[in-house]
Ligand binder design. Structure first.
Ligand code: GDP
Length: 454
């Protein structure tokens, strides 16, 4: 029986979704609408008010939305019961559905069905996870672009360019006796060149995509009392709503995110910063080095009311050859002892910024510097397609390799059918991305990463 249902988390309202042939039938057994109506007469996208009942007992007052095939998320008949939230009621209604013949959905089952039923391709299905898990506006935007099919369209365009030549190539190989225009090596070469360029742009976008997805790993380093935790607080304060904490197994793995103009920064070792007060001795230069090494971005902060010490010089050494921003803090004290133009500072970063973490002065310059360092000013996600998924990146890389192999065959003037082998493999790589030819194992693996209820 194709019937699936799921409850969504706990909140003011609980939602139980059912999808499949029998979902309306099961709904009829448990839902008593205030104004009863035959299911045939209920239009899709309508909501009805009523009660969920079991043996005449009213269990909850609910709103039910109807979606009729093929115009639903899964393309099947679907309904969503909006009940009061909380574990008890939702669970009871869920059990009632199960008792009447529904089956519990697997993680990602609704989206999987939308894919298997052909409403969306694999790329779009995968983007659903990205949109749900997005930690920043830009990441959500990249996910939405993919959900809307922009990446799928691009991949299909590339595939079409290959197909146009491939068809001709096949005819040339298989029916040499036919009087068709033979495909020339130059034609194949030209096609491979443009395809390679297209794919390389996509592959390169992954670096930006990764930053959007995982956040720029940012370390704030500096001597005790330089103002690290004040800066951290200032950054978090501006953006308190989006701060998330992932409790790991140890206290040290707490990660905090802030978003700067839609770009997520993953602040590393914030536990270390917060606890530095009582652990000043322990933190030391060794630890700072370890943190600096694992970061994409280092924010080195110095107390500008004091002269630079040998310890500060050690910190500057850590920053060398890294993407770094130097902050001269406590400018509000107006007793600056550090010259912004000092060689030792300029050597390690182009961005030396005077701030007051305490009074939140100069923070916008810090933001600008971060965007400039990662060339993120350039990304306009409305137009640009950004790859954020490692599976896609791997397949695109493989496709580029196949293009290179095919080009080599042309260079060596080997027979045409050798070229055809690599071009077929290239088409397979691209088909794997959109899910046109993907194996069941991979599909299962992809959807297993989904949350329940989606
Ligand atoms: P950390 O040890 O590097 O984390 O430094 P803190 O952020 O705890 O700051 C150390 C001391 O410097 C605290 O008393 C802060 O209030 C003070 N402080 C931090 N930033 C500023 C600033 O911009 N101006 C002034 N006047 N004091 C600051």
């Amino acid at each position: 029986m194709h019937l699936y249902l799921r409850l969504h988390g706990i909140g003011g309202i609980g939602i139980i979704r059912m999808s499949g042939e029998n979902s309306f039938e099961i709904l009829n057994k448990i839902f008593k609408p205030k104004k009863p109506q035959e299911i045939e007469n209920i239009k899709g996208y309508t909501i009805k008010y009523g009660h969920i009942v079991e043996n005449e007992e009213i269990i909850d007052e609910v709103l039910v939305s109807y979606f009729k095939k093929p115009h639903s998320y899964t393309t099947e008949n679907m309904c969503e019961i909006n009940s009061h939230g909380g574990n008890v009621l939702v669970k009871r209604i869920l059990e009632l559905c199960l008792k009447n013949g529904a089956k519990l959905a697997e993680p990602g089952e609704f989206t999987k069905r939308a894919f298997l039923n052909g409403r969306i391709d694999l790329l779009q299905a995968e983007s659903v996870i990205d949109v749900i898990n997005a930690k920043s506006e830009r990441e959500a935007k990249a996910g939405m672009n993919q959900l809307e099919g922009k990446l799928s369209k691009k991949i299909r365009e590339i595939k079409q360019k290959i197909m146009d030549v491939m068809v001709q190539l096949e005819v040339t190989i298989d029916y040499p006796e036919y009087d068709v225009e033979e495909v020339t090596n130059t034609q194949i070469q030209e096609m491979l060149d443009t395809v390679e360029k297209d794919l390389e742009i996509l592959e390169k976008s992954f670096d930006n995509g990764k930053l959007l997805k995982e956040g720029i790993k940012t370390a704030i380093i500096g001597k005790p009392n330089a103002g690290k935790s004040s800066l951290l607080n200032a950054l978090l304060k501006e953006d308190r709503a989006i701060v998330t904490e992932f409790e790991g197994t140890t206290r040290d793995t707490i990660e905090e995110f802030v978003t700067i103009q839609g770009i997520p920064l993953k602040l590393i070792d914030t536990a270390g910063i917060r606890n530095a007060k009582d652990e000043v001795e322990k933190i030391g230069i060794e630890k700072a080095k370890e943190i600096a090494d694992s970061a994409d971005l280092i924010i080195a902060i110095f107390d500008s009311s004091k002269e630079l010490t040998s310890e500060d010089m050690e910190i500057l050494k850590l920053v060398k050859n890294k993407k770094a921003i130097i902050l001269l803090n406590k400018i509000d004290l107006q007793t600056s002892k550090i010259d912004q133009n000092q060689q030792c500072l300029k050597e390690v970063s182009d961005y030396i910024i005077k701030i007051s973490a305490l009074n939140q002065i100069g923070l916008e310059k810090v933001e600008q510097a971060i965007l400039a360092l990662f060339e993120l000013n350039e990304i306009n996600l409305d137009n640009e397609i950004v790859i954020t998924n490692i599976r896609h990146k791997a397949l695109i890389h493989q496709a580029i390799e196949d293009v290179k192999k095919a080009k080599e065959v042309i260079l060596k003037q080997l027979p045409l059918d050798m070229i055809a082998i690599f071009i077929k493999s290239l088409l397979d790589d691209l088909g794997n991305i959109t899910g046109d030819i993907v194996s069941e194992d991979i599909i299962n693996e992809i959807f297993a990463r989904f949350c329940l209820g989606k």
